[in-house]
Each structure stands twice: as structure tokens, then as C-alpha cells.
Design a protein around this ligand. Structure first.
Ligand code: HEC
Length: 167
């Protein structure tokens, strides 16, 4: 997905204009409902692959299997599903439908996965654990901003978290 996201940077102004509608309540940044059905299906397919790859990474991390970490992290970076299966028309539809922050979060996420692959190839295990933790943060951060329609508990938790220190 990062390849298409890079291309999307060129049309950010257009995207921003499209998505500049009032965005206050949780779920307003939700990306899924804005996508044409076939694109949403591709995103969901990619997310399942990302979850699968993340499970492999965790398993490999706790076993010290650097090569497997590198493989799965690289697979996330290369974004097998969306980048491979999207047509030019799909790309345009995606660019027009999603908020700019989603594109930025996606790029940052893919950069993290590349850094993780590199740390794994270098055999740097403390760095691998640090980057994997950062990736988990990136999953939750993006879901909280762009998938609270799908994961409503994340919005509740964010609110509870903010309220907690006041008590
Ligand atoms: C750049 C934003 C972004 C990042 C980063 C991201 N996701 Fe998602 N994810 C989404 C969105 C948006 C949806 C909801 C899609 C929908 O409902 O149409 C989603 C949905 C999912 C789903 C539900 C898929 C299903 O079965 O329907 C899973 C599982 C998931 N993500 C896992 C992950 C994991 C694991 C990570 C991190 C390793 C991650 N995601 C990182 C945006 C992101």
C-alpha cells in the first residue's frame, strides 16, 4: 500500500478538500465506509495479512529467529495485497476517499516495518523489540483515528484513558 500512498501524496490537496468536512465525533475519520466496496474488501484482506504477519513476527521474536522476523516485516512493508491488486482507477478512488492523515499513518507504518526488517537482518534484537512495539502503537493509533466504526471499544478506551488521570 505504501507505493500507492506515496503517489497519493501528490493529490493531497484534492484529498484534503474532499475530506475537510467537520470531523469531531469518533468515527468521522473512519476510512472503511468511505471506500468503494471492492477497495474496502482489499483493505480488509490486507489487514488480515498484516495481523497474520504480526503474529509470525511475535512468534519469531520470542524464539530469536531473526530471519523469520525479517521475512514477515518485509512482507508487511511490501504490502502484498493492495499494491499488487489495485488498478489505476482503484488508486484514484482511494485517493479521493481517504483523509490525508490516513495516508501519513500508513506511510509511517510501512516505514516502521522496513526498519524492523533491517534490524532483523542486522541481528539487533533489542531494536527489533522496540520497533515491533512501535508497530503495535501504530496499529492502535490508526484504528483509533480511522476505524472506530469498526472497533468502537478503542474510542471508549481512549476516552477512559483521558479521564483516568483526573481521578
Ligand atoms: C494506516 C491505518 C492502519 C494501520 C497502520 C493498521 N490498520 Fe488495521 N485497519 C485499518 C482500518 C481503516 C480498518 C477497518 C477497515 C474496514 O472496516 O473497512 C482496519 C481493520 C483491521 C482488522 C480487521 C480486519 C477484518 O477482519 O475485518 C484487523 C485484524 C487489523 N486492522 C489489524 C491490524 C494490525 C495487526 C495492524 C498493525 C500491525 C494494523 N491493523 C495497522 C487501518 C489500519
Amino acid at each position: 500500500m505504501n507505493v500507492l500512498m506515496r503517489r497519493a501524496a501528490a493529490v493531497c490537496a484534492v484529498t484534503l478538500a474532499v475530506s475537510a468536512a467537520p470531523a469531531q465525533s469518533p468515527g468521522d475519520g473512519a476510512v472503511g465506509p468511505r471506500l468503494p466496496a471492492e477497495l474496502r474488501a482489499l483493505l480488509i484482506e490486507e489487514m488480515r495479512a498484516v495481523l497474520d504477519a504480526s503474529g509470525n513476527i511475535l512468534d519469531a521474536l520470542v524464539r530469536g529467529q531473526d530471519e523469520r522476523v525479517a521475512e514477515s516485516a518485509q512482507a508487511i512493508h511490501d504490502s502484498f495485497i493492495m499494491a499488487r491488486q489495485m488498478t489505476e482507477a482503484d488508486r484514484e478512488a482511494l485517493h479521493a476517499a481517504v483523509p490525508h492523515e490516513f495516508i501519513e499513518r500508513d506511510e509511517a507504518f510501512h516505514e516502521l516495518s522496513l526498519s524492523l526488517a533491517e534490524a532483523a537482518r542486522a541481528g539487533d534484537r533489542p531494536r527489533q523489540r522496540e520497533l515491533f512495539a512501535d508497530m503495535l502503537e501504530a496499529c492502535v493509533d490508526c484504528h483509533t483515528a480511522h476505524a472506530t466504526d469498526r472497533f468502537p471499544e478503542l474510542a471508549e478506551e481512549a476516552q477512559a484513558g483521558r479521564a483516568a488521570p483526573a481521578e
